[in-house]
Design a protein around this ligand. Structure first.
Ligand code: 13P
Ligand code: SF4
Length: 323
């Protein structure tokens, strides 16, 4: 029950938050910084960002901004991609430990060995990889452009696709290709429970299921629409349906609800949890306090060595040119 003393504490917390937001805005101006945020960030970070988008849009913004400083509120590979595209700018991330289990599932030495086993193959890598993996790659893709980029190669092209096997399987199934897949996955998207989603569908028969292609194929098979976070947001906004079950990280519900206040968005639940939604613990490491501190102290900063930038920028630029 809300007591007067609790209400006072919340009011205090709210005024602290307002002060923090004002300080972030002042620092941003002073340092000519831009804040880019992914849809999986906390709602309050999305609200203060100059731009909120999916991983492709974040890369496109990082490539074109004329700010001196980029604060990438997302995970490490996103900040690294921003640095590779804009090496003359300083790039910060609010929490250094904001990694990605999918990128971690693809270590450099093992991927290099894998690639060497298929010397006549084109290497297509998902953007959720380290800069080092990108140096072994011919073209990078995101979930927004993966299908289009794979289809830009003649059908007989032999392709290695990594690291996400679920996205790779999905692209194979919709394009009829037979890409060789690296055996990696995202710990969040692998967790969605088919049974619990079917239960939700029974309880909400009019709801459409929206799913990210990093989900397992059993989830993608029962989804009404499959695509990147930006695509799912577009479906939520443009379709006339009023109810949606959303099988991706639950941070996206913030923007879905904001854009569509009269629609209902139900997060798809994970398998082994009592929680109703599925969060990426890495994405949620970034907080307003850490955003403030990283702008103020100019740390943690992303550095990528020149040789890696020189090699990794080529497949990323190729993706941007093809998108
Ligand atoms: P998007 O390409 O849809 O932004 O997805 C990024 C991601 O990390 C999904 O888990
Ligand atoms: Fe990586 Fe999965 Fe988190 Fe996306 S949701 S950043 S793929 S761990």
């Amino acid at each position: 029950m809300e007591t007067i003393s609790n209400r006072r504490k919340n009011r205090l917390a709210d005024s602290d938050k307002m002060a923090l937001i004002q300080s972030i805005k002042a620092l941003k101006k002073e340092k000519n910084a831009i804040i880019l945020a992914h849809y999986y960030q906390l709602g309050e970070i999305q609200d203060i960002a100059d731009f909120v988008g999916d991983s492709l849009a974040l890369a496109q913004w990082a490539a074109k901004t004329d700010a001196d400083v980029i604060v990438l509120c997302g995970v490490h590979f996103m900040a690294e991609t921003a640095k590779i595209l804009s090496p003359q700018k300083r790039v910060f991330i609010p929490d250094w430990n904001a990694g990605c289990s999918l990128a971690d599932s693809c270590p450099y030495d093992q991927f290099k060995e894998f690639v060497e086993k298929y010397p006549d193959h084109t290497v297509i890598s998902y953007v959720n990889t380290t800069a080092a993996i990108k140096t072994l790659t011919d073209v990078v893709v995101t979930s927004t452009n993966a299908r289009q980029i794979v289809e830009s190669f003649p059908p007989e092209t032999k392709i290695i696709f990594g690291p996400d096997k679920n996205l790779g399987n999905y692209i194979n199934s919709v394009t009829g290709r037979n890409m060789v897949l690296w055996d990696g996955a995202c710990h969040v998207h692998e967790q969605f429970s088919l049974e619990k989603i079917l239960e939700l569908k029974r309880a909400h028969p009019d709801a459409l299921v929206l799913a990210h292609p990093e989900c397992k194929s059993v989830i993608l098979k029962i989804a009404d629409h499959v695509g990147s976070t930006a695509f799912l947001l577009k479906c939520a906004t443009q379709l006339e349906n009023k109810q949606f079950i959303v099988a991706t990280e639950s941070g996206i519900l913030h923007e879905m609800q904001k854009k569509n206040p009269n629609k209902t968005f139900i997060p798809a639940p994970p398998n082994d949890s009592t929680c109703a939604c599925n969060e990426c613990s890495f994405m949620k490491l970034n907080t307003l306090e850490k955003l403030y501190s990283c702008l103020k102290n100019e740390s943690p900063e992303i550095f990528v060595d020149e040789e890696t930038i020189r090699k990794a920028v080529k497949p990323i630029q190729k993706m941007l040119d093809l998108s």
